[in-house]
Ligand binder design. Sequence first.
Ligand SMILES: NC(=O)c1ccc[n+]([C@@H]2O[C@H](COP(=O)([O-])OP(=O)(O)OC[C@H]3O[C@@H](n4cnc5c(N)ncnc54)[C@H](OP(=O)(O)O)[C@@H]3O)[C@@H](O)[C@H]2O)c1
Length: 322
Amino acid sequence: MIFLLLHLFNWLKYQMVYYILGAFAIIDDLQNRENNKFEIEKKRGKVAVITGGARGIGLEVVKKLLSCEMHVIIGCRNVKVGESVLQQLALSNMSFEVYSLDLKSFSSVKNFAQRVLSKYSCIDVLVNNAGVMFVPYEICENGFEAHWTVNYLSHFLLIKLLQPVLKQKVKNGNNARIVNVTSCAYKVSPPIDFNKLNDKDSYLSYAAYAKSKLAQLIMTKYLSKILEDSHIRVIAVHPGIVDTEIFNGTFLKLAFPWILKHLCKSSEEGSRTIAYACVSNTLDCSDYYTNCQPALCIPYADNVDVQEKLYSTSIKFVKKYL
Ligand SMILES: NC(=O)c1ccc[n+]([C@@H]2O[C@H](COP(=O)([O-])OP(=O)(O)OC[C@H]3O[C@@H](n4cnc5c(N)ncnc54)[C@H](OP(=O)(O)O)[C@@H]3O)[C@@H](O)[C@H]2O)c1
């Protein structure tokens, strides 16, 4: 009984905290509308890989990368749907491929990476964009909870698998870039308890989403340090609060759809900072951006012990697929 009451209390607490965080984030986006600008810079001949590029914010990022004249490889679950969405874009000289990728499965991540590696010896940009939010408790085929698997661990595996061809860029004196699409929701995550990553009894989808986004941010910061000598820039981006299908089924979308429609960013606006992190020539040395500007993070994300623990644990989890 006490456990149930505690669970209910936690659920209410997260509801409130998310609404407060969301309200502040929307205000921040509105105040920074003028700064959220992205200039198309031509990157002809460069290659980008993006997860979840067939709809939502990811599709708008793809459009921008194509406008930069990059070749774009899109990973999504339904290749036919992805190809037909891309073919309908009225852009001239589009150069793209759509490969199958289900981030719920490490084998699928490995197959996707192998297809990329078999064709390309050099990748300029990897955008880890795909994500799920507030989904019911599910253990995916490799034994980890769905938010943790899709948003964080599979992307970690993809980075490790593609790292050799991202490193390749050193030769040309250019920095390759890994852009991780996180969320300001990381701010409300509990500290990561590595012994309870899959705990069903205490599962709250709000906490699980926040925790996966915190892990993405912590890993960005850690990889940013250890890959510095390889000239790979690793950047995390909060795209803003964006009216996409990720809010389907949430109380916000059901009760106050006008907030999303009129106060939040469109997918195009949400894609700007991500595209900026991918191609801008004027990036400073920050590792976290929002509204095309560097942003501050909570100190927990900079904790070296936590970063090292997350890295070593993640390597252990995906080792079989490396
Ligand atoms: N919208 C916001 O306010 C907001 C705020 C902060 C951060 N973000 C982040 O922005 C990113 C994009 O979200 P969105 O708002 O554009 O959401 P969305 O419209 O729901 O799109 C989600 C994308 O993730 C892909 N995806 C989901 N599960 C997948 C799986 N198992 N395997 C492969 N791909 C999968 C989907 O691909 P399919 O086509 O295969 O379904 C789709 O492209 C997410 O990482 C999200 O956390 C969004």
